[in-house]
Design a protein around this ligand. Structure first.
Ligand code: GLY
Length: 403
């Protein structure tokens, strides 16, 4: 069929309109070429650090943190909530450098992690199994990884209670059903499981959990509580409190980061606009907060009592950077650029002193100055595996956005 000139004109106008609307909505980002180039060196030095870390690990042990004063590496078994980050980081770095030693080490440690697919005592299976086997499936797939991940999703779902509308985070002997904001990070595994199996029950559980959390975990300013204690019989909220933050009513920095990342994933997986709105509200809370320092690496709690002398939490900064580098793709031009630019500042900060460790130091961890659990007095101002994981992920996201 031939187009007459009138039809051709209509088509051209329509095309121009569609591309104009697209250009108006999607943000375009100004690449910092120097930063991008630095990443290549950074992937190599991070790989060297992780090979150093690997040398110190005993069989079946996973890195937890490192204490410079005593030159001691603290490790865990595979059941610790962080066991997926070390293999996940090795795989990310292998993807970037093609250094085979990293893949060999990832294979070794994944073997020790495999049994956790049947662990029904934790809600952290998303962190443990999706950051590890999920990355492995993308980067260096083996047929058995799918089954391991499906079993992990099944184990996670055993902790879902329809009365409460949530996956239980922590077990308790008291009549309480405890859910923490961190749990938003475990839902990505469930979306994957529905995609692969065609069974929508995983998807429905993830959506129900996210909706219940949206209803109960957030304050009017969109900061989040850490822990919600539900009545296991009725599903009613019986307490809102913290465990790892400064106070029940404070905004624990990593909790804000988990929420931001979690609702960004919710939007990616469902395309339901209410999750995008939620993620943007959370981003605004973080980025406009008067206590967010200039380098955009947050204090461990936005309401820590001794700001500006409070400790920073590099892990929260790394999670936020990675989340913002995804959220910027879904937002309009103005907001997208704000998120991108904030993430860029976070990455520039993390890539320099005092956060980035000098080669050969820090027990092989990449970043310094994270905070695990101040109220409990553990992992204070130390390196942590999840700071490294989300830092490397953020660099990869930045690089991929600029391809
Ligand atoms: N509870 C996991 C965290 O420390 O963020």
């Amino acid at each position: 069929m031939f187009l007459n000139s009138k039809m051709l004109a209509v088509c051209i106008v329509a095309l121009l309109y569609v591309s104009g609307v697209r250009a108006q909505n999607a943000a375009s980002f100004k690449t910092d070429k120097v930063l991008l180039k630095k990443f290549e060196g950074e992937f190599k030095s991070a790989s060297a650090q992780y090979q150093l870390l690997a040398q110190r690990l005993k069989p079946d042990r996973f890195p937890k943190t490192y204490y410079a004063k005593t030159d001691s590496l603290e490790t865990s078994n595979s059941g610790w909530w962080c066991s997926g980050f070390y293999p996940g980081t090795l795989l990310y770095l292998y993807e970037q450098t093609k250094n085979k030693a990293l893949l060999t080490e990832a294979h070794r440690i994944l073997k020790s992690l495999t049994k956790e697919q049947y662990n029904k005592t934790t809600h952290d299976l998303g962190f443990m199994m999706y950051c590890s086997f999920g990355n492995a499936l993308q980067i260096a797939p083996k047929p058995e990884y799918k089954e391991i991940l499906i079993n992990s999703a099944k184990s996670l779902c055993t902790r879902f209670d329809p009365k409460v509308g949530c996956i239980k985070s922590w077990d308790s002997n008291k009549p309480e059903f405890l859910v923490i904001i961190d749990n938003m990070m475990n839902l990505e595994l469930l979306f994957w499981a529905t995609r692969v199996t065609g069974d929508s029950s995983y998807y429905k559980i993830a959506v129900t959990h996210a909706n219940t959390t949206m209803q109960n975990h957030f304050r009017p300013d969109y900061s989040s509580y850490h822990v919600i204690n539900y009545n296991p019989e009725t599903g009613a909220v019986q307490q809102k409190r913290t465990a790892q933050g400064y106070a029940n009513e404070s905004a624990w920095a990593r909790g804000q980061a988990w929420g931001l990342y979690g609702y960004t994933v919710m939007y990616r997986e469902t395309k339901d606009k209410k999750y995008l709105d939620q993620a943007q509200h959370l981003a605004r809370f973080i980025l406009k907060h008067p206590n967010l320092p200039k380098d955009k690496i947050p204090y461990w709690d936005f309401n820590a009592p001794n700001i500006p002398n409070a400790l920073r939490d590099a892990s929260a900064g790394a999670v936020m950077a990675s989340a913002l580098l995804e959220l910027c793709k879904y937002a309009d031009q103005v907001d997208g650029r704000t998120y991108y630019s904030a993430a860029q500042t976070m990455l520039r900060s993390l890539m320099a002193a005092p956060y980035l460790a000098k080669a050969g130091t820090n027990g092989g961890f990449i970043l310094q100055h994270s905070v695990g659990h101040i109220p409990q007095g553990t992992e204070i101002d130390v390196p942590l595996t999840y700071a490294d994981y989300y830092y490397v992920e953020a660099m990869i996201r930045y690089k991929n956005l600029n391809k």
